[in-house]
Ligand binder design. Structure first.
Ligand SMILES: O=C(O)CCC(=O)C(=O)O
Ligand SMILES: [Fe+2]
Length: 357
């Protein structure tokens, strides 16, 4: 059912008050700040999704990265893209993957894409320690795509600042200290960026309803910030009615959604909502999700006992098993993300000891 037919639409919230008002005392908040925080929380409680506006610098940074990525994905040959394949140094979890390589819910998605992470220099501590999912981003030759590495760094900076601002707003609306979620991101967020291409030629299989661009899933982390082009195809499950509603493109907005870790961190107030993508438009679709996630070694709180099964998200089984196996009841972000990523690219399992969770 479309959103128009169900009467439910993911709300649009202007978050510019949160970006421009950084005062740390509630008595000096601008008059527009609290309504903005309340609207954000309300959307994340009902839908787990919100469109944010008032973020021109993030949109500009995202446009600067999406243009070369789109060219690379839609215009270059397979051998060209294979030069930067994820299969090269697979534990680093970066580079290009082809249609059918990534599984959601055990089924191959009808999309290809690029994975990027925080840039790690070969001499940094994390690389020396051999941590999984750390490394250098794989980019096409600079003479073909000048400035792409710079555009990537700029987008990480902009998107992380927006993620932090939104979480400050959620904390204020929940009546918590505005820095409540900050420790989870220290010393640095473990952000990931993906650029997806849903080719037009694969639409017939999706129209039949048995295959998906991305099958139903929830996101793992705290917040996802999604730039989608103007094609559409994202669907969100509305908790109250159980219906699937469209989240169509809206100009100058980003779609923001709650992941499993934020659902846990808010005691189930914000919901990590199942969503999926189907491109039956007849044209290629490009999207760019940015995952604003905790630091790699951050400790995630155990779910409150009274509500354990209802707040641990769509893939609560992994979360619950990891908690049960941990000595003090807390798990690290590393535990959760490596267990999850081992399922989506089984042949690239980054920490083999966690694949049987
Ligand atoms: O491509 C999209 O619109 C959404 C992708 C998504 O849900 C994800 O990568 O987690
Ligand atoms: Fe997602």
């Amino acid at each position: 059912m479309s959103s128009a037919a169900s009467g439910h639409n993911v709300p649009v919230v202007d978050v510019s008050p949160l970006i421009h008002d950084s005062s740390s005392s509630s008595s000096s908040f601008s008059p527009t700040l609290r309504p903005c925080c309340d609207a954000l929380l309300h959307a994340l409680e009902e839908f787990g999704f919100v469109y944010v506006t008032g973020v021109p610098s993030v949109i500009a940074a995202s446009d600067a990265l999406i243009a070369p990525s789109q060219h690379l994905l839609t215009k270059q040959s397979r051998p060209y893209k294979e030069q930067i394949s994820m299969k090269i140094r697979p534990r680093e979890w970066r580079g290009w993957f082809g249609v059918g390589d990534e599984l959601t819910n055990g089924v191959a998605d009808l999309k290809e894409g690029l994975y990027f992470g925080v840039e790690h220099d070969a001499s940094c501590e994390q690389i020396k320690k051999g941590l999984p999912m750390h490394g250098q981003n794989k980019l096409p030759p600079e003479h073909d795509y000048p400035n792409m590495r710079k555009a990537l760094a700029t987008y990480f900076t902009e998107a992380e600042a927006l993620g932090a601002a939104i979480l400050r707003g959620v904390a204020i609306a929940l009546g918590l200290d505005e820095t409540h979620f900050t420790p989870l991101f220290e010393p640095t967020p473990f952000s990931l960026l993906r650029v997806f291409h849903y080719p037009a030629e694969l639409q017939e299989e999706q129209a039949a309803g048995s295959r998906w661009g991305v099958a139903e899933h929830t996101d793992y982390g705290m917040l996802t910030l999604l730039h989608q082009d103007d094609v559409g195809g994202l669907e969100v499950k509305h908790r109250a009615t159980g219906t699937w509603i469209d989240a169509p493109p809206i100009k100058d907005t980003l779609v923001v959604n709650v992941g499993d870790a934020l659902q846990v961190a808010t005691g189930g107030r914000c919901i990590s909502t199942p969503h999926r993508v189907r491109n039956v438009s007849g044209t290629s679709r490009i999207s760019m999700p940015f995952f604003y996630d905790p630091s790699f070694e951050a400790r995630l709180p155990p779910p409150p006992p009274h509500a354990a099964s209802s707040i641990i998200g769509f893939d609560g089984s992994i979360y619950a098993k990891l908690h049960a196996a941990s000595e003090d009841g807390s798990i690290t972000w590393r535990d959760y993300i490596t267990a999850k990523t081992s399922k989506v690219f089984p042949h690239l399992a980054v920490e083999r000891d966690t694949t049987d969770v």
